[in-house]
Write a new protein. Structure first.
Length: 689
């Protein structure tokens, strides 16, 4: 019944995620704009997952995202439900493990229910990019199960299972580096393998089957600690190389320590009173008021003293307290990674320690109350209900980026990162004025914000203001000379000004910084086409498609380049793929329809299919493009529908003349004379390799 309640209650709180969208904050990096992940489970993707260090080494997490894409494509609700499945599994594993090793059914259930329903955990479950949290915790808990099994009867095979589960956890998220120390805590309680009162000789004399000396327990953890140390080094190296380690001059060790102390207390406050939860709590460049870190330090010292004082009587106190303090160390900010002062997702595993103290402490504090057997379940039920309601409301905020970002700005105030991300979402929706306002606000709050400069440049580019856009692109590069997308878009701006050689140099610079930048290869190919270097262009398009096989634009451009070389058959294959990937792009439809209608070699012509594509292209453009009407006319003629071909040609001529394009009008009119004579229009014969 307890397991059923955990499943149903968690589903009730989180079921809405099935209708949620991806969030424009890391979801794009992890899934949407990540070609190896979007391609699903492939050998190439498998190799990439085990070799990439961005944002750190977690190949199993990458593989889980690839599997989702393989099965569900880019349907966001299914990706969310996968994370929800792991969260439910984690709650069940935690409950059953505690019940197994302690025999305390009610208290074990309360810990698991707090874990499943607490609002601080919404971020880890409702954010696809945080799959690493729920996945790594799944293997953390499996490691605890394997370790309890090993502790009951130590042996090499059982220890090997502990190592395997631990390795899988590290391959999901390196936060598991603290797990060996947690296992040492579990040896004290609830496994009871060691206590300060037990003499080392107890094990040697055989007075207790379960007692093990502390040196032996430490020696036992040595392989796990070695793996944890290796994972820590790889993680630090990867994040340092990727620029994620945040180390401005003002963020001294003293400042980081002060922020860490305040964060420890803030997490506990939010555990008790989970309000004003936000996606990002920005790290302020202004120093914290002195009373905050001093007050936090004093509170932590007092609580630690109480834990030590009552540890012999209540052994769960030091275990829960040190679990909380210790598991937060990798993310508490002593080594600052990212721009956050703290993050709700960091509490996903650490809060279990405090939940244990709450569950066991409530019982011990009320042992002398006669009414405790009735009031405790009622009080716990009320707390869980309130937490579930708050979590349900919090889950709704994650339904899309705009809702989440607007709420985050409401509760955090000045937040340049979220201002910038909200601007990006609005930009993609075509709400340019609103987007520009958010980018400008981000720059007001943080004038040296390279991303906001770049994004404001993109707004100006979309409005045709290339000169102003170039200024912001160059400013972004001054602030961050390793910003590959800026080199790419600056190259685009210069290419549109006719400065193709400079554009080529910038595309190549972007590719030196990011060799997996498929769009930069595409743009470099376009520049080579302008220079007449078609073979080089084809090589670039092929490289772009090797990196991102689902890039419709690169398929289209490669088709154009191949056709210009007379390679009609492979060109058709790429045009068809472009249309398959983006069936509502008029230029893609029009080009394939034109080939099927006018190809010199009969084997490449397909009149009915050409009509279908040409009609769709013209429907999308409301029959307002002379070139597309010309293609439609050619398609009708190839299908033998000459009256309709003549009618489409006349409309195309009128549109061309109305726009002052007399040359195009003359070409359409010359073809119309063929249709009037009952003959289709075909291009010269194509040659093939």
């Amino acid at each position: 019944m307890a397991c059923i309640f955990l499943v149903l209650a968690t589903l009730a709180v989180y079921w809405g995620v099935k209708d949620h969208q991806f969030i424009h904050y890391d979801d794009d990096i992890y899934v949407i704009n990540n070609p190896p992940v979007r391609a699903g489970l492939t050998f190439k993707g498998l190799t990439w997952a085990f070799t990439t260090l961005y944002p750190y080494w977690h190949p199993l997490t990458w593989l889980s995202h690839m599997l989702d894409c393989q099965v569900f494509g880019l349907h966001p609700g299914a990706h969310h439900l996968t994370s929800l499945f792991f969260h439910i599994a984690n709650a069940l594993l935690l409950f059953l493990w505690l019940q197994w090793v302690t025999g305390a059914l009610g208290r074990s259930f309360l810990v698991a229910a707090l874990f499943a329903l607490h609002p601080l955990h919404v971020e880890s479950v409702a954010w696809v990019a945080e799959r690493k949290d729920v996945l790594s915790t799944f293997f953390w808990l499996l490691t605890m199960w394997a370790y309890a099994w090993y502790a009951a009867s130590p042996g090499l095979k059982r220890y090997a299972l502990v190592l395997i589960c631990f390795c899988l956890g590290l391959m999901s998220k390196p936060m598991l580096v603290t797990l060996p120390l947690v296992l040492l805590l579990l040896d004290y309680w609830p496994l009871g393998r060691w206590s300060p009162e037990a003499a080392t000789a107890a094990e040697e004399e055989g007075t207790s089957e379960r007692r093990v000396s502390l040196p032996r327990l430490l020696y036992e953890k040595a392989p796990l600690l070695a793996l944890a140390a290796l994972a820590s080094l790889i993680t630090f190296y990867g994040q340092k190389a990727g620029g994620a380690v945040f180390s401005p001059e003002w963020l001294t060790l003293t400042r980081r320590l002060a922020n860490a102390l305040v964060a420890y207390v803030s997490y506990m406050v939010k555990m008790v009173w989970p309000s004003h939860l936000a996606l990002l709590y920005p790290l302020s460049s202004a120093p914290l008021p002195l009373w905050q870190p001093l007050g936090a330090a004093l509170l932590l010292i007092v609580l630690s003293f109480v834990v030590i004082r009552y540890a012999p009587r209540y052994p769960y106190l030091p275990v829960g307290w040190l679990w909380y303090l210790g598991t937060l160390v990798p993310v508490i900010g002593l080594v600052q990674v990212g721009s956050q002062a703290m993050a709700d997702r960091f509490t996903y595993m650490p809060l279990i320690g405090l939940f244990i103290i709450v569950a066991w402490g409530m019982v011990d504090l009320t042992t002398r109350w006669r009414a405790a057997r009735f009031l405790l379940p009622a009080g716990a039920g009320l707390i869980l209900l309130l937490l579930a309601l708050v979590s349900w409301g919090q889950v709704r905020l994650w339904r899309n980026s705009i809702t989440l970002f607007e709420y985050t700005l409401k509760v955090t105030g000045d937040n340049p990162k979220i201002q910038n991300n909200l601007g990006l979402v609005l930009f993609k929706k075509g709400r340019l004025d609103e987007a520009a306002a958010h980018f400008k606000e981000a720059l007001r709050l943080k004038p040296d914000y390279a991303d906001a400069n770049y994004n404001l440049g993109l707004i100006l580019m979309s409005r045709g203001k290339r000169k102003q856009a170039i200024y912001y692109f160059e400013e972004a590069l001054r602030l961050n000379p390793y910003f590959a997308p800026v080199y790419n878009d600056l190259g685009l701006a210069l290419a549109q000004q006719g400065k193709v050689d400079q554009a080529i140099a910038l595309y190549q610079k972007a590719l030196r910084l990011d060799s997996h930048f498929a769009f930069a290869y595409n743009n470099l190919g376009n520049a080579f086409v302008v220079k007449g270097k078609i073979a080089a262009a084809i090589a670039c398009y092929q490289k772009a498609l090797h990196l991102d096989p689902n890039n419709a634009l690169s398929h289209f451009n490669l088709g154009l380049a191949l056709k210009s070389q007379g390679q009609v058959e492979p060109a058709i294959l790429h045009f068809r793929e472009a249309v398959r990937l983006n069936p509502n792009k008029p230029p893609f439809l029009n080009k394939l329809a034109r080939i099927w209608a006018t190809a010199g070699q009969p084997k490449f012509r397909n009149g009915p299919a050409a009509v279908q594509l040409a009609e769709r292209a013209n429907q999308i453009t409301a029959y307002s493009q002379a070139e597309m009407l010309d293609t439609l006319a050619a398609a009708y003629a190839e299908a033998g529908r000459f009256p309709e071909a003549i009618q489409a040609s006349r409309k195309g001529v009128d549109l061309a003349l109305a726009s002052g394009r007399k040359g195009l009008a003359n070409r359409i009119e010359s073809k119309m004379r063929l249709y009037q004579a009952g003959r289709p229009y075909h291009e010269g014969p194509g040659r093939q390799n």
